[in-house]
Design a protein around this ligand. Structure first.
Ligand SMILES: [Zn+2]
Length: 76
């Protein structure tokens, strides 16, 4: 199948598999909104992959340094 359709299929798969995550009570992103807190590093990596597909963003995953029990994406 053509490559763009394949990418779209993957994006749909990712969207379907992505649960809702809580906001971090301690961290605010550059856009002024609370950052999403991913309880498992796999969740954060999954979200980063989603952003890459959606808008070509390359986001890094890091552990919350403000006391939140979970992971964040840079720039998110
Ligand atoms: Zn945080």
């Amino acid at each position: 199948m053509p490559r763009y359709r394949h990418d779209r299929f993957i994006a749909q798969e990712l969207r379907a598999a992505q649960p809702e995550f809580a906001d971090c009570p301690f961290c605010v992103g550059r856009d002024g909104r609370r950052k999403k807190l991913y309880p498992a590093v796999e969740d954060a990596k999954h979200a980063a992959a989603q952003q890459r597909l959606r808008r070509g963003a390359h986001l890094a995953v890091y552990y919350c340094e403000n006391g939140g029990d979970g992971w964040h994406l840079t720039g998110g």
